[in-house]
Design a protein around this ligand. Structure first.
Ligand code: PLP
Length: 293
């Protein structure tokens, strides 16, 4: 990993640099673009090579036959997170904001409340509100610089109109890697209030040395209300690939999601599929290991 070479990005249609002035009135020559989780370094050579192969071929048609891509996801989840994923449970979306928006369509009705553990990644509230649902804030408590759950306070906030909770695990912006015990408490809260639990685990590969991310799918008793979301894009700094996964083990939930997915006319972005397949590989894993040293 090369942290020293600076690749200039201003004027390259980079949202964090080229939208800083229009959105915030700060010139990119004066400001530091730290408002989007999109970094300044290149992905591993395996991702670059996959794109170079596409360019050399020079044909950019529709993507088909996702067996290799699905196998790469299964391999990554098994080897990096000890999680067995059935390939039939995977839906590929145009990133996880898109995945969240599809979950809202699939599992909630207009006017429903969607619970967020705030402060949390801003786009959740944006898509909830844009879909005509209500954001229900359940604030995290800041104790000695560490965000913690406050489930008794949350119980008092619910009105009975909530149908979904969106969890950010690990937590953005708090940086917390939730413990298995905390995740079990969140799962029990969802069960008590009959909430679908959407677990956005986009940052799951990026935890500090000595910490361990727990996959929500490993928590007992949650499978029948759980929707998992993962992506290569934060781990490998390839957010422009706009490719992520919604993984649903429960058949009834999967059918509801499939209906929303089909209604939205979803299909794969071939650039993202090639990049993600290349990233979830032994070379990609070695690159992440070096990054986390
Ligand atoms: C928790 C979380 N989810 C989703 C996203 C964005 O996902 P995507 O680019 O796949 O839509 C971000 C981006 O920072 C994020 O922090």
């Amino acid at each position: 990993m090369d942290f020293d070479t600076l690749t200039p990005r201003k004027g390259t249609h980079s949202v964090k640099w080229d939208m800083m002035q229009p959105l915030y009135g700060v010139s990119p020559d004066d400001g530091l673009a730290m408002w989007v989780a999109d970094m300044e370094f290149r992905p591993p050579a395996c991702v670059q090579t996959a794109l170079e192969k596409m360019l050399a071929h020079g044909i950019y048609g529709y993507y088909g036959d996702d067996a290799e891509y699905l196998a790469a996801i299964q391999w990554w989840m098994k080897t990096r997170h000890g999680w067995d994923v059935d390939a039939k449970h995977i839906f590929t979306t145009h990133g996880l904001v898109n995945g969240t928006a599809l979950c809202i369509q699939a599992f909630t009705e207009k006017g429903d409340g969607v619970v967020l553990m705030t402060p949390v990644y801003h786009a959740f509230a944006r898509v909830i509100t844009a879909a005509g649902r209500q954001v229900v804030e359940c604030p995290l408590t800041l104790n000695d610089g560490r965000y913690e759950l406050d489930i008794p306070a949350w119980e008092a906030r619910l009105t009975g109109r909530e149908t979904m909770l969106i969890l950010c695990s690990p937590h953005n912006p708090g940086g917390r890697v939730w413990t298995a015990q905390e995740l079990a408490q969140i799962a029990a809260f969802c069960a008590r209030h009959d909430l679908i639990l959407v677990s956005d685990e986009i940052h799951h590969d990026l935890v500090m040395p000595g910490r361990k991310h727990t996959v929500m799918a490993h928590i007992d008793g949650v499978a029948d209300r759980l929707v998992m979301m993962t992506a290569t894009t934060k781990t490998f700094n390839i957010a422009g690939a706009h490719t992520g996964n919604v993984i649903i083990a429960d058949t009834a939930l999967r059918m509801r999601f499939a209906a929303a997915y089909n209604a939205a006319g979803m299909s794969a972005n071939s650039f993202g599929m090639f990049m993600a397949t290349a990233a979830y590989s032994p070379d990609g894993a070695a690159w992440v290991d070096a990054l986390m040293e």
